[in-house]
Design a protein around this ligand. Structure first.
Ligand code: Z5A
Ligand code: MG
Length: 212
């Protein structure tokens, strides 16, 4: 009998919402309960493409806006064979940002439509669950100042939040909004409950294609 596949679980949200914290906690909890799980993050700054992106985010280089958008997308596509292999092996992948960040961040720039921004990621492995960690700018501010990287300003982050809200209206994606203002433990409990459900539901279904 063929083994059961793993689930593709994505965490999205604004700056300092706790995505990275919660991805690691979730992977740990799944592993401890006997469910094989691994973490991935986008951008994956370790690849050749990822290094170009990282230099851009750190403002060590400038890239034309369309170009960097396509690099972020290419950085996901280059990992698709690995994503598919892990899912087939029954490993659940917990992913820190995905195509939704790609579309939300570039479409927050002047002159970019959300539709254009989504196109390069059409057909990526479709997440079985996307959790949006909701946090107001006031609550994010309590977690410290913005960092020094590109995009880390309140005007830009407000625009990004609006774009995420547009993306969340899409009923073809399994969105769950999580109240990220709760303490780390409570957020973790919510996220784990949704994930365990998604793992159960995904195991006998084929992996879908995003936005297709
Ligand atoms: N980007 C793009 O343009 N296009 C794309 O396709 C993709 C990304 C994929 C890279 O971000 C940038 O690239 C990002 C989007 C853009 N630009 N911005 N902004 P990144 O993922 O590398 O960013 P980061 O440095 O990891 O920051 P972050 O993701 O915004 O933070 P976070 O992961 O959501 O939060 P955290 O690191 O887990 O927590 C932040 C702090 O809050 C930390 O001190 C925690 O201890 C604390 N924390 C966490 N949870 C709580 C709770 N519940 N209560 C209190 N304090 C908490
Ligand atoms: Mg992070």
């Amino acid at each position: 009998m063929a083994g059961k596949r793993g689930a593709l679980i994505v965490l999205e949200g604004v700056d300092r919402a706790g995505k990275t914290t919660q991805c690691s906690r979730l992977v740990q909890a799944l592993q401890q309960s006997g469910r094989p799980a691994e973490m991935m993050r986008f951008p994956d700054r370790t690849t050749t493409i990822g290094k170009l992106i990282s230099a851009y985010l750190e403002k060590k280089s400038d890239l034309e806006d369309h170009t960097v958008h396509l690099l972020f997308s290419a950085n996901r596509w280059e990992l698709v064979p690995l994503i598919k292999k892990k899912l087939e092996q029954g490993i659940t992948l917990v992913v820190d940002r995905y195509a939704f960040s790609g579309a939300a961040f570039t479409s927050a720039k002047p002159g970019f439509s959300l539709d254009w921004c989504m196109q390069p990621d059409v057909g990526l492995p479709k997440p079985d669950l996307v959790m949006f960690l909701q946090l107001s700018p006031a609550e994010a501010a309590l977690r410290g100042q913005f960092g020094q990287e590109r995009y880390e300003t309140s005007a830009f982050q407000n625009m990004v939040q609006q774009k995420f809200e547009q993306l969340m209206k899409d009923p073809t994606v399994n969105w769950q909004v999580i109240d990220a203002a709760q303490n780390i433990e409570s957020v973790h409990r919510d996220i784990t409950a949704h994930s365990v459900n998604a793992i159960k539901e995904a195991q006998n279904l084929p992996v879908g294609e995003l936005w297709n």
